[in-house]
Design a protein around this ligand. Structure first.
Ligand code: NDP
Ligand code: 2IT
Length: 456
C-alpha cells in the first residue's frame, strides 16, 4: 500500500477520524462542507476497506477537493441608480463522468462552504441519475427578495457577464436552485447569448420556446414523490391515504405537493422562511394553485394562505411538530434537527424523503436510522431535477423536444433505477439502508472513472 496523507488504516472508524481531521484542517470553518463529506464518508470508508484500490489512489481525498472554485465580483445598479456589489461563485467540483452540472443559488446565506457542500453532493447525485454529468454548483449572496423585475434582470446580466467566461454546453451547464427559477434562467440565458452570439444549451431550466424541456419545472418535486412511491411499493404500501407534511413552498415543495395529491395522499402543511400553515382539509386543487400564484407570480408570504382560507399560521416555526406519515423537507439545509426528528418519530412518521439538499442534520439522520424510519437521502430523492436537466441537454444536442409524457416516463424510469441502485448497495437483511446504498452507488461510478484516468 502506498503512503497515505491522512490515513490510519487500523479500522474504518480510525481512518474516518483521521480523514475528517485532515479535511477540516484543509477547509477551516466550512461547516456545511464538513457535514456533507462526513455523511458520505461514514458509508464509503467501510466500503473502501474491501476495495483498497480507492485508498491507494487517494480517490476520497480527490473527490473532496473541487477541480476549481471561481469567485468574482458582481456589480449592478438598482432602480434608483444606486450601485451594489455582491459575490459571485462557481465551484466546478468534478467532471470525471461528464460536464460540470448543477444549479445556481441566489440567497444571502450563500458562501463557499454551502456551495462546496452542494457541489460535493452533486457528484453522487448526478452519478446516480445514470446520465453523463459531472458536478458543480454556483450562485451569489444576492438577495432576490423585494427586488423589482428590472433589478433581478440587471443582477442576472451582471452575474452572467462574468460567469460566461467559465461555462459552456460541453464544459459546465448551470441550472436553477433556491432563488433561481425560470425568470432568472431566462435573463441569464439571454445575456449569455448576447455575449457569445451562439444559441447553445449552456443552461437548463430554460423556457419551452427557447430550448427548455417539458417537465423540468416539475421534475424535482415529482421525482421525490416517485422515489417515495418506489420505497413504499417495495414494502407493499403506497402514498394513497397518507398524511404528508412538506417544508418550503418553492419549486420543489409545490410539485411534490401536486404529485402527492395526484397519488391520493393528503398534504396538510407547507412553509416558508417566516413560518408554516396547517390545513387539515388538505392543500390541493385551487388551494395549491393559490400557493403557486402567490409564490411564483406575486412573490408573497405563506401567511396570506392562512388569511385567505382561514387556517392556522405558525410564525417562525417549522412544520415538523405536525403529526404525519410522510415528511418531505423541501426548503433548505439543516432545517430538520435531532429534536425535530424525535418529534416526528414520536408522532409515528414512517418515511422521510429529502426534497431539499442536506435538510436533515447528521444527528437527525442517525436517529431515523436507529428507529427504522424509511429515509430517502437527498442525493437519491431529489435527483429527478438534475436528471431532467440532463435530458434537456440531450434534447438540445439533438435539436428536438420530447413530449411531456415521454419526459415523465423517463423521469419515472430514472427514479426507479436510482431506487434499484440503492437496493444493490444498501440492502441490509430485511431492511434497506438507502443512505448507504445511494452513497456507495454514487461513489463507485465516479471513483472508477477517476481510477481509469490515472493520476490527474
Ligand atoms: P425555491 O427558491 O423555489 O424555494 C425555496 C423555499 O425554501 C422557499 O419556500 C423558501 O422560503 C424556503 N427557504 C429557503 N431558504 C430558507 C431558509 N434559510 N430557512 C427557511 N426556509 C427557507 O427553491 P427550490 O424549491 O428550488 O429549492 C428548495 C431545496 O431543494 C433546496 O435545498 C435546493 O437545493 C433543493 N433542490 C432544488 C432543485 C431544483 O430543481 N430546483 C433540485 C434538487 C434540489 P422563502 O421564500 O421565505 O425564502
Ligand atoms: O440540487 C440540484 O440538483 C439542482 N439544483 C438542480 C441542478 C440542475 O443542474 O438541474
Amino acid at each position: 500500500m502506498s503512503a497515505h496523507l491522512y490515513g490510519d488504516y487500523t479500522t474504518p472508524e480510525r481512518f474516518l477520524e483521521c480523514f475528517m481531521a485532515g479535511l477540516i484542517k484543509r477547509n477551516p470553518g466550512e461547516l456545511e462542507f464538513h457535514q456533507a463529506v462526513k455523511e458520505v464518508a461514514e458509508s464509503v470508508v467501510p466500503f473502501m476497506f474491501s476495495h483498497k484500490e480507492y485508498f491507494d489512489e487517494l480517490i476520497l481525498e480527490r473527490m473532496t477537493e473541487p477541480d476549481r472554485s471561481i469567485i468574482f465580483r458582481v456589480c449592478w445598479e438598482d432602480d434608483k441608480g444606486k450601485v451594489h456589489v455582491n459575490k459571485g461563485y462557481r465551484v466546478q467540483f468534478n467532471n470525471a463522468i461528464g460536464p460540470y452540472k448543477g444549479g445556481l443559488r441566489f440567497h444571502p446565506s450563500v458562501n463557499l462552504s454551502i456551495l462546496k457542500f452542494l457541489g460535493f453532493e452533486q457528484q453522487f447525485k448526478n452519478s446516480l441519475t445514470t446520465l453523463p454529468m459531472g458536478a458543480g454548483k454556483g450562485g451569489s449572496d444576492f438577495n432576490p427578495k423585494d427586488k423589482s423585475d428590472r433589478e433581478i434582470m440587471r443582477f442576472c446580466q451582471a452575474y452572467m457577464t462574468e460567469l460566461s467566461k467559465y461555462i459552456g454546453e460541453d464544459m459546465d451547464v448551470p441550472a436553477g436552485d433556491i432563488g433561481v427559477g425560470a425568470r432568472e434562467i431566462s435573463y441569464m440565458f439571454g445575456q449569455y447569448k448576447r455575449i457569445n452570439d451562439n444559441f447553445v444549451g449552456v443552461l437548463t431550466g430554460k423556457g419551452i420556446s427557447f430550448g427548455g424541456s417539458l417537465i423540468r419545472t416539475e421534475a424535482t418535486g415529482y421525482g421525490t414523490v416517485y422515489f417515495t412511491q418506489n420505497m413504499l411499493n417495495h414494502i407493499d404500501d403506497s402514498v394513497a391515504g397518507k398524511r404528508c407534511v412538506i417544508s418550503g413552498s418553492g419549486n420543489v415543495a409545490q410539485y411534490a405537493a401536486k404529485k402527492i395529491n395526484e397519488l391520493g395522499g393528503k398534504v396538510i402543511a407547507l412553509s416558508d422562511s417566516s413560518g408554516y400553515i396547517l390545513d387539515e382539509e388538505g392543500i390541493d386543487g385551487e388551494k395549491l394553485e393559490f400557493i403557486m400564484d402567490l409564490k411564483n407570480n406575486r412573490r408573497g408570504r405563506i401567511s396570506e394562505y392562512a388569511q385567505k382560507f382561514n387556517v392556522g399560521f405558525y410564525a417562525n416555526q417549522r412544520p415538523w411538530q405536525v403529526k404525519c406519515d410522510l415528511a418531505f423537507p423541501c426548503a433548505t439545509q439543516n432545517e430538520l434537527g435531532l429534536e425535530d426528528a424525535k418529534i416526528l418519530v414520536g408522532n409515528g412518521v414512517m418515511l422521510v424523503a429529502e426534497g431539499a439538499n442536506m435538510p436533515s442534520t447528521i444527528e437527525a439522520v442517525h436517529y431515523f436510522k436507529e428507529h427504522n424510519i424509511l429515509f430517502a437521502p437527498a442525493k437519491a430523492a431529489n435527483a429527478g431535477g438534475v436528471a431532467i436537466s440532463g435530458l434537456e441537454m440531450t434534447q438540445n444536442s439533438m435539436r428536438l423536444s420530447w413530449t411531456s409524457e415521454e419526459v415523465d416516463e423517463k423521469l419515472k424510469s430514472i427514479m426507479g433505477s436510482i431506487h434499484a441502485q440503492c437496493l444493490e448497495y444498501g440492502q441490509n437483511g430485511e431492511t434497506v439502508d438507502y443512505l448507504k446504498g445511494a452513497n456507495i452507488a454514487g461513489f463507485v461510478k465516479v471513483a472508477d472513472a477517476m481510477l481509469a484516468y490515472g493520476v490527474v
